[in-house]
Write a protein that binds this ligand. Structure first.
Ligand SMILES: C[S@@+](CC[C@H](N)C(=O)[O-])C[C@H]1O[C@@H](n2cnc3c(N)ncnc32)[C@H](O)[C@@H]1O
Length: 218
């Protein structure tokens, strides 16, 4: 992973265009994220047979490339073409380009078509408006029968960030699940809770908390 290596931003103005904001953010360095798969996704996918996966907010592709290398057919969606170009170049280098389709899409404006065995939203969070209530229900709708939706979010600010732990951007697992707005009979909740990991940033080591929701469509 991934997120938090550069900390959180303050909220930019509400009218900021997400493509411009994220393209600029990605253009500020050759690589923002680590390129490694997110740990909860790796743990969950280890128990699944490879199928089709929709990676929402795929960024530079650490997850997409890891999944493709394990046989998944990946649709990687991001609003930033800078991020997707990096993902595609990295996929070529890793020899998995034929198993990855990239789609530039602002998911607040519409959702990519198709049904997937796994829909993965890893730290699909933004300093811009990215309401869970708007993006998670269509993410669930994109899950094929028997498939899963995995949402992993920062559960708290990293200890070195100085951010307020009560910042409303940090939702509880139950709040994330409520935003998905599932029909209870049609889904099984496989995981709902926190995962902890140790991370280092600029010489500070601390514990990070991720909030995890994993649901399976019956
Ligand atoms: C915090 S990053 C996480 C990237 C990656 N999933 C990871 O774990 O490293 C959030 C990603 O969501 C993308 N994003 C933000 N708003 C978006 C939107 N409205 N539609 C599609 N992608 C968006 C950003 O470009 C960025 O790559």
């Amino acid at each position: 992973m991934t997120a938090h290596q550069h900390g959180h931003h303050e909220n930019p103005p509400a009218d900021t265009d997400p493509a411009r904001f994220w393209d600029e953010r990605y253009s500020q360095s050759d690589r923002i994220w680590s390129g490694r798969v997110n740990p909860v996704l790796a743990e969950v996918a280890a128990d699944l047979s490879p199928g089709t996966v929709l990676d929402l907010g795929s960024g530079e592709g650490g997850d997409a490339i890891w999944l493709a290398a394990r046989g998944w057919r990946v649709t990687a969606v991001d609003v930033s073409s800078v991020a997707l170009d990096r993902l595609a170049a990295e996929a070529e280098r890793a020899g998995v380009a034929e198993r990855i389709t990239t789609l530039r899409h602002d998911v607040t404006q519409g959702f990519p078509p198709g049904r997937f065995d796994l829909v993965s939203a890893q730290f699909f969070q933004s300093p811009l408006v990215l309401p869970r209530e708007k993006v998670l229900p269509p993410a669930a709708a994109a899950v094929a029968p028997g498939g899963r939706l995995l949402v992993v979010e920062h559960g708290a600010p990293p200890p070195w960030s100085g951010l307020d732990p009560d910042d409303p951007r940090f939702a509880t697992p139950e709040e994330i699940l409520a935003a998905v707005d599932l029909d209870a009979d049609g889904w099984e909740i496989e995981r709902l809770g926190a995962a902890h990991r140790t991370a280092t940033h600029d010489g500070h080591t601390g514990e990070l908390v991720d909030h995890v929701v994993l649901v399976r469509r019956r």
